[in-house]
Design a protein around this ligand. Structure first.
Ligand code: NAD
Length: 267
């Protein structure tokens, strides 16, 4: 039985991970924590997340639970995940990280800690999107430079980072497949007299509205035809279940950084 601890357990993702953990026979919810001063500290996390009583009380910070868990599942915020990773690394506790929006500087800072523990980190934990990462590479490779590549993503109004980590990962895998450097060809905004589209640019556009869980369309536009590949998440449960699968998969793995392609056997 693998004991999990959930970071940001009162948040949109953390609460679904906490509630759904009961469905997995190999997992046991052993801890849940929130930021200092959260209004629900000390309450049973079951009713807080829409499930029955669990006997697990919401803790204040990672230190109260780190010694009682095998894997921390963290969908919180960049600063919080960086701090939690440092604690987990010092304790040799495995992690599943779903937080998005890390800059190159953030990744350079956390790189050494990520190597100390078994860790699955992925900007999107759904099976559908991870399958698409694979499919998009093939499509881009076949179509090559003759088709314009545009990515449009839409998320709920509260999402903090843009474009989404998933849209960026899609852009990276496509750029890799057609031999381009995303830092050079990524176009994140267009306004005014912008002139003709350059052949190699990859457009990545962001929509923020209402309660959209997450939508990504990749458009390959040629002369006389276009291909659109769309993924729509209708519930956060797809990401939560992916994270719980990742926690199960991590059991017994050597220290190192893994992604959902590893977990789902897509490599
Ligand atoms: P949210 O704001 O609803 O939840 C974040 C929670 O973390 C909040 O309850 C907040 O109080 C808590 N938190 C903040 N600091 C903390 C700390 N120091 N210790 C413990 N808890 C702390 O956000 P959300 O929609 O659940 O998303 C969280 C993250 O997950 C975002 O980065 C989002 O982009 C990402 N996300 C990833 C995937 C994926 O599949 N990888 C899917 C959805 C969302």
């Amino acid at each position: 039985m693998i004991k999990i601890g959930v970071a940001g357990a009162a948040g949109k993702m953390g609460s679904r991970i906490t509630a759904l953990s009961a469905d997995y026979a190999g997992l046991k919810l052993a801890g849940a924590f929130e930021r200092n001063g959260h209004k629900d500290i000390g309450k049973d996390v079951g009713p807080l997340t829409g499930a029955g009583e669990t006997g697990i009380l919401l803790s204040e910070g990672i230190r109260e639970i780190i010694n009682n868990v095998d894997v921390i599942i963290d969908f919180s915020s960049i600063e919080s995940t960086k701090a939690n990773l440092k604690e987990a690394s010092a304790n040799k506790t495995a992690m599943v990280i779903g937080t998005t929006g890390f800059t190159k500087e953030d990744l350079a800072e956390i790189g050494p800690y990520l190597k100390e523990i078994p860790c699955v980190m992925a900007s999107n934990m759904s099976l559908g999107v991870n399958l698409l990462f694979k499919v998009l590479q093939d499509v881009a490779r076949v179509l090559g430079d003759d088709y314009d590549i545009e990515i449009v993503e839409a998320h709920h109004r509260l999402k903090k980072d843009a474009p989404s980590g998933t849209a960026l990962k899609m852009a990276q895998v496509i750029a890799g497949a057609v031999g381009r450097d995303l830092d050079e060809v990524g176009v994140y905004a267009r306004h005014g007299i912008i002139g003709a589209r350059t052949k190699k640019e990859i457009g990545i556009q962001t929509v923020r509205a209402g309660d959209i869980v997450g939508e990504h369309t990749v458009l390959f536009g040629g002369l006389g035809e276009r291909i659109e590949i769309t993924h729509r998440a209708s519930s956060r449960d797809t990401f939560a279940r992916g994270a719980l699968k990742a926690a199960l998969w991590l059991a017994g793995k050597p220290a190192g950084l893994y992604d959902m392609q590893d977990v789902l056997g897509l490599k």
